[in-house]
Ligand binder design. Structure first.
Ligand SMILES: Cc1cc2nc3c(=O)[nH]c(=O)nc-3n(C[C@H](O)[C@H](O)[C@H](O)COP(=O)(O)O)c2cc1C
Length: 212
């Protein structure tokens, strides 16, 4: 368990400190990783924590497809980035600058076109999460599951990042290698590993709370 210390700069708004809150406040989207493999038992533990998430009508709709082989991760990243770039271009020239900024995460200092691995950021573990197309609550359930995974990872000294762009894996020519049934859609991927950067927390939006 990470020591009960909340990074400075995050203390604004923090009135109580305990191990759970410390993990929540210290988790960041990390986009640089050490070249260190993660043991299977650790991956299994964080997935198990993911499965403890709540789900609508207890459907537990999530399925996990995991890459740990470096070459596989590299190839999937390359194929997904190809599709992602096309999708941005398709979104229309007028919108490109705005969309590309959000979509390709230039705002995080990641240069999509120059970075070696702009999708999985060199992480040693990639967890695609899919859910049935015909479950209207599945995306919410998967979001909760994904957050459990990221907090569990953090509690075990690992970093992570949700990767929405990973959904474009469905449009790659290597998608069939994941063996995901046609009745499922990929919601996102979570990357996990030993982080090699400590990003500052981003300012949180204020004024969005109304007590009635
Ligand atoms: C649904 C979702 C999709 C995301 N997709 C990506 C992505 O494709 N690539 C990426 O680098 N970060 C992605 N992020 C990470 C966000 O950019 C990040 O969580 C946000 O900037 C806040 O930073 P923090 O997580 O460090 O607090 C995604 C986050 C969420 C919740």
């Amino acid at each position: 368990m990470e020591s009960a210390k909340i990074q400075e700069g995050q203390l604004q708004g923090v009135k109580f400190v305990n191990d759970t809150l410390t993990i929540i406040y210290n988790r960041r989207a990390v986009r640089k990783y050490k070249d260190t493999a993660i043991e299977r038992t650790i991956i299994e533990q964080i997935l198990d924590a993911g499965k403890m998430a709540p789900s609508a009508i207890n459907k537990q709709p999530w399925k996990f497809y995991i890459l740990t082989n470096k070459e596989d991760i590299r190839v999937f990243s390359k194929e997904i980035s190809r599709v992602a770039i096309k999708e941005v271009v398709k979104s229309g020239v007028k919108e490109i600058i705005k969309t590309a900024k959000e979509f390709l995460h230039f705002s995080h200092g990641v240069d999509f076109l120059k970075e070696n691995d702009p999708i999985f950021h060199g992480a040693p573990v990639v967890i695609f999460i899919s859910s049935p197309i015909d479950n209207e609550w599945a995306a919410l359930d998967v979001g909760m599951c994904a957050q459990n995974i990221m907090l569990a990872a953090k509690s075990m000294g690992l970093d992570s990042c949700p990767v929405g762009l990973a959904k474009f894996v469905e449009q790659t020519k290597i998608y069939s290698r994941l063996n995901i049934p046609q009745s499922e859609r990929v919601n996102l991927a979570i990357i996990v590993g030993h982080g090699n950067e400590s990003p500052e927390p981003k300012e949180r939006v204020a004024g969005n709370v109304t007590f009635i």
